[in-house]
Design a protein around this ligand. Structure first.
Ligand code: C5P
Length: 232
């Protein structure tokens, strides 16, 4: 899979999601389905979006004992998603079990990427709540390396971390980066943002873009602008 723009479809219902996706009559965007839509609409939503010709990043961030994650990943693999994810904090053993669960009898599997530390977790919370005393950048890179050791394909990270992740884990290791905004757009609640063009320069493999596309007056034009800036 090459570089692509993934639209975060953070809608509450299947109806709203289909109303949005119906606007795309040309190129079928890669879509991210998160917990809200998956839990609200049920697993069938994945099959329905897939049947319309979209690739799917199922963003459920699994984190449990290895055996449970392995079995849950086997279920997600059967849904034929293209990318799914988990928390690297679940340990290397959990990530290895996830790969086993995802791998189909014919040897194929969806891509699997890890969340290192959530961008909502800062140094203070990590030290006080989680008792992790190392600098957060070091923790993020260590978790990324753990993911690589376990055989995962990449990490979700801020576009600002993507270059460093590639330095530490190699250029083949995928960086999937949210926090993308147009230069002339609203930043909203995102703190550290980059434009699609900057994300391209820094070497992000996939950008995840939500509101700059979903809340745009013309979502198809906003998506096309993103693709143009990021892929060219
Ligand atoms: O609307 P916006 O472009 O901010 O959406 C970004 C998407 O990426 C949302 O679905 C959000 O939950 C997700 N995300 C993020 N930051 C992370 C991880 C995921 O914004 N660190």
């Amino acid at each position: 899979m090459g570089k692509d723009v993934i639209i975060a479809c953070d809608f509450a219902s299947a109806e709203q999601t289909f109303e949005f996706l119906d606007k795309f009559t040309g190129r079928k965007p890669f879509v991210k389905i998160g917990m809200e839509l998956f839990y609200g609409a049920g697993p069938d939503i994945v099959k329905q979006i897939k049947a319309r010709g979209h690739k799917i990043f199922l963003d459920l961030k699994l984190h449990d004992i290895p055996n449970t994650v392995k079995k849950a990943m086997a279920v997600l693999s059967n849904l034929d998603v293209d990318i799914c994810n988990l928390h690297a904090g679940g340990t290397i053993a959990m990530m290895e079990a996830a790969i086993e669960g995802l791998t189909r009898p014919d040897g194929t599997r969806p891509l699997l990427i890890a969340v290192t530390q959530l961008t909502s977790t800062n140094q203070e919370a990590m030290e006080n709540d989680l008792l992790i005393k190392e600098p957060i950048d070091k923790v993020v890179m260590h978790y990324a390396l753990n993911a690589k050791k376990a055989g995962l394909d990449g990490v979700v990270c801020s576009p600002l971390e993507a270059g460093k992740v590639h330095e530490v884990c190699g250029n083949e290791f995928l960086t999937v980066t949210p926090g993308v905004r147009f230069a002339d757009g609203d930043v909203g609640d995102q703190k550290r943002v980059m434009t699609p063009e900057q994300a391209k320069i820094i070497g992000s493999d996939y950008i995840v873009v939500g509101r700059p596309i979903t809340a745009a007056a013309d979502p198809v034009a906003a998506y096309n602008r993103c693709v143009e800036e990021f892929i060219g």
